[in-house]
Each structure stands twice: as structure tokens, then as C-alpha cells.
Design a protein around this ligand. Structure first.
Ligand SMILES: [Fe+2]
Length: 485
């Protein structure tokens, strides 16, 4: 080696930031680069959603939440795997593609032109957070708007979806609805305004129950004393549980006037207790409220009933410092991280509440086999941030037993993971009889791959499907046992 050559031994591994670059192309191909054997008992369709582009006209959006929704789809059929991806054709995507500049406000993005351009403008719905296939419809979801329907076979955008007029124009729909395993009902919610009071608009959570056939069969609303930052919830056999976090929107007037973004006015209020509302799934009415010290839980694991108690898992944070990273995603010093895996017990008879830290590993995006939603589970999975020499994003994942025993799988430095999602084997014999699907971005090659692990032994990497390109870091996904082609 001459003195002018870089010493590769001391070069830092690449960061996660290449995985935030745009994937403007839409692909459709059979995956032919496979390492290992694709499991014969894995069949179905794995949908992912996330911001496929984080820049328009070369300029970054003002927040990770504002990138345009792109559905990616891995289909497993007869021992082969197919990949395709397509953007959701929202007005934002169409207009900004044409103009090659920001045309709509976002969670943290302003339209160029100052106050005049942003005055009284609503934020756009980028349809970029999650997907669900329920009631015969594949939906792209973002909590700031209504669902967008996408054809599950072709990924062509069908259009906005309001449950045949059941969602009014101002009612939004969260990205984290839950399907009840016994009834097939799909429960979801959306933050909104239930009416006008003496002190202005009355904040609430709209609650929705949708039949297995995809019909909105019941609505209600949970009154709140302030506009909530509520992203996810849990269901048990009989209840839904919402945590109203200590994250508040402080100064929405300046947002409405066009001076600041929502991201600018969101903050953690260390004096605001978390309110916990337990809702009857049948009536959609409140059964009991609880209160616990200030905090924030963005994502939840599973929940179930045990005697008089509701037991639930959530990823706890004592602040919302993560927003600084989310609104400056290309900052090389930024580090995406997670929360603490807590378990809450809510006694519906006495009103007592207890909380324990189940697992000390910093992590986020908890998932589990959806078949055990609302009943006692054996295992949960999370994306983790560990110290492996390249710590800018999730770089590991873990399985966590019900009692909190962690099995951690650390990715090589310079490669970055995602929300691990469970896919059942055909005719599964147990809760964890199946696979853990993990999309990994390789910063060295600027390409992504799908790693398929045995869910009952996450150290067993069954197979790797290599894509011909990168896949921008996604938020969430959904596995359907149906094969859509
Ligand atoms: Fe989420």
C-alpha cells in the first residue's frame, strides 16, 4: 500500500444515509439472486410501505414523515420470489413529480414562498406509513389522511378510500389498525375534531369498527382535552387501549397561519401525565381511564386480558428527542434509535397500574404473530440499535420471549435493518412456526436484500433474496397469506 491510498482498515463503515436516497424507478421482476434455499412452506405476499423518495428536485423534504409513500411487494409462490414496487399516486406525488418541487405542506415541510404560500394550507397525505389487506382492499395508510386503495396484484393506485362514504372528509385514519383474530373485525382510529365548544374545537379520537367484509359498522369518539399525538394502540379480546402521550402540539395557531410546521410545534411536556383510556370493543365507549407519569409510547407490542387486568407491552420513551433526527434525516451525525420495552398492567377493577421494564435493549417497531393479537403471546420481535461500530440506524433485531429473554441478531457494520415481520409457515403448528422477514440495506453496495430467518430460531438465516437496487428505509409492513400477482 502506498501512502496515498486510504487505509481501509481504519475507514468507518458506511452510514444508513444511502438508504434514505430516492428510489424513483418502479421495478417488477422475479428475484434471481438467492443465497440459501427459499423455504417451500413460505407462501404469500409481503407488503412494505415507506417514503420512497426523500428529496424532490434534489432538495430534501423537511421531515422523514413527508416522503412519498411507495409500496414494495415480495410475493412467494411455488418456491420462487417476485419483487415489485410502486408509488401511491396521491395528488402530492403526481403534482410534485411534475413540478419537481414541493407543492404541499407536510408534517415538517413548508411550501416555498413563505407565509403567503402556506397560510391556512392543510398538510398533504403521503400515504407512506403502513399497509393492510382487509375486507378485500389493500390500503396505504398515513395517520394524517384517509386510506388510499392500491391493487394488491399490480400495485396500481385505485384511489382514496373512505369506506363507501362512512369517513367524512375531515376524518383521518391511523396507520396502525388492528384485526381482531376471532371476529375478523378491523379496529382503527383517527385524531380529529368532534365539534365546537366554548374554548374552540373539541379534540377527540374517532374510533372505527370495520366488518370482515370491509364495511364500517360502528363509529364513536373519545373526547380529549387537547389534540393528541397518538400513533398506535392495542386490542385485547374485549378492549382497545389508547395511551395519550405527553407529546403535545404547542402553537397550532402558528401552523395554521403558515408560520411554522407541525413538527416545529410538537414538543414533549414533562409535566403532562399520560392518560390511558380503555375502550369496550363492542360499544366503543370508555370503560376506565388510568393515568401514569409523563412519557411517550409511539408503538405497542401485544396485549391481552388476565383476570381483572389488561397486560400490554409498549416501547417507552421519556422524551421526543427523536424528532430532531426525523426532521433532518440526511444529517450524518443523526442516529435513529428506539425506546425501552415496558410491560404495563392495568387493573380494571381497582384502577391500579404497574409498569416493568421487560427488556433493557433499546429497540422499536415491535411486532408479533398477528394470529395471537389480543391473547397471551409467546414471543415478540423488535428492531434494535446496538453498538456494532456503525450506529446510525437500526442495525440489529431481536426476539423477546414473553418473560423478556432476548435473542439478539446483530447485522454487520454498515448494513441496516428494519421492522422485522412475522410470516407463518403453511399449516403452522405453533405461534412461532414461520419466518421473520427483515429488509436490510447494505451501505457498501447501496443495494437492499430480504433476509428470511426461522422465527423459532432467529439465528438461523434460511435465505437471502438480493434485489437489483436499494429499497429506501421503510416504516411498516403487512404479510398476507394470499398470493397476489
Ligand atoms: Fe408506526
Amino acid at each position: 500500500m502506498t501512502t496515498s491510498e486510504p487505509d481501509l482498515a481504519v475507514q468507518a463503515p458506511p452510514t444508513c444515509h444511502g438508504g434514505l436516497e430516492n428510489l424513483d424507478e418502479e421495478h417488477n421482476y422475479w428475484i434471481d439472486e438467492i443465497e440459501g434455499a427459499l423455504p417451500a412452506d413460505l407462501e404469500g405476499t409481503f407488503f412494505r410501505n415507506g417514503p420512497g423518495r426523500q428529496r424532490i428536485g434534489g432538495k430534501p423534504y423537511g421531515h422523514w414523515f413527508d416522503g412519498d409513500g411507495m409500496i414494495s411487494c415480495f410475493t412467494f409462490k411455488e418456491g420462487r420470489a417476485h419483487f415489485k414496487n410502486a408509488y401511491v399516486r396521491t395528488p402530492k406525488y403526481i403534482d410534485e413529480t411534475e413540478a419537481q418541487e414541493v407543492c404541499y405542506r407536510g408534517f415538517g415541510t413548508q411550501i416555498p414562498g413563505g407565509l403567503r404560500a402556506n397560510f391556512l394550507k392543510r398538510t398533504a397525505n403521503p400515504a407512506n406509513t403502513n399497509t393492510i389487506f382487509h375486507g378485500g382492499h389493500l390500503l396505504a395508510l398515513n395517520e394524517g389522511g384517509q386510506p388510499w386503495e392500491v391493487d394488491p396484484g399490480t400495485l396500481e393506485t385505485v384511489g382514496p378510500f373512505d369506506y363507501h362514504g362512512a369517513l367524512s372528509r375531515t376524518q383521518v385514519f391511523s396507520a396502525h389498525g388492528k384485526v381482531h383474530p376471532s371476529t375478523g373485525d378491523y379496529f382503527n382510529f383517527g385524531a380529529g375534531i368532534s365539534g365546537m365548544g366554548l374554548r374552540g374545537p373539541k379534540a377527540c379520537l374517532f374510533l372505527y369498527r370495520i366488518s370482515p367484509e370491509g364495511k364500517m359498522v360502528k363509529q364513536s369518539h373519545l373526547p380529549l382535552d387537547a389534540f393528541p399525538f397518538c400513533h398506535d394502540f392495542v386490542i385485547t379480546e374485549r378492549y382497545a387501549v389508547f395511551f395519550i402521550n405527553s407529546i403535545i402540539f404547542d402553537g397550532m395557531g402558528s401552523f395554521l397561519l403558515g408560520r411554522r410546521t407541525i413538527s416545529d410545534v410538537v414538543r414533549f411536556d414533562e409535566n403532562r401525565a399520560m392518560r390511558i383510556a380503555v375502550i369496550d370493543l363492542d360499544t366503543l365507549e370508555t370503560v376506565r381511564n388510568f393515568e401514569c407519569p409523563p412519557g411517550a409510547i409511539i408503538h405497542f407490542g401485544n396485549a391481552f386480558e388476565e383476570g381483572d387486568e389488561v397486560v400490554l407491552d409498549g416501547m417507552y420513551a421519556s422524551d421526543f428527542d427523536a424528532n430532531a433526527v426525523l426532521k433532518d434525516v440526511f444529517n450524518p451525525n443523526g442516529r435513529f434509535s428506539g425506546g425501552t420495552y415496558n410491560r404495563y398492567r392495568l387493573n380494571l377493577a381497582t384502577g391500579a397500574i404497574s409498569v416493568d421494564t421487560l427488556c433493557g435493549q433499546e429497540s422499536e417497531f415491535p411486532t408479533f404473530n398477528p394470529a395471537v393479537t389480543g391473547s397471551k403471546h409467546k414471543v415478540c420481535y423488535t428492531a434494535c440499535s446496538v453498538d456494532n461500530g456503525a450506529n446510525s440506524f437500526f442495525n440489529a433485531f431481536q426476539s423477546v420471549s414473553y418473560d423478556g429473554d432476548s435473542t439478539l441478531v446483530t447485522l454487520p457494520p454498515g448494513t441496516y435493518g428494519s421492522e422485522p415481520l412475522f410470516a407463518p409457515a403453511k399449516n403452522p403448528k405453533s405461534e412461532d412456526d414461520g419466518y421473520l422477514l427483515e429488509v436490510v440495506y447494505d451501505g457498501y453496495t447501496h443495494k437492499s436484500e430480504l433476509q428470511i430467518y426461522r422465527a423459532d430460531n432467529v439465528n438461523d438465516l434460511a435465505c437471502t433474496l438480493r434485489l437489483r437496487h436499494h429499497l429506501p428505509h421503510q416504516f411498516h409492513g403487512h404479510f398476507s397469506t394470499e398470493v397476489f400477482m
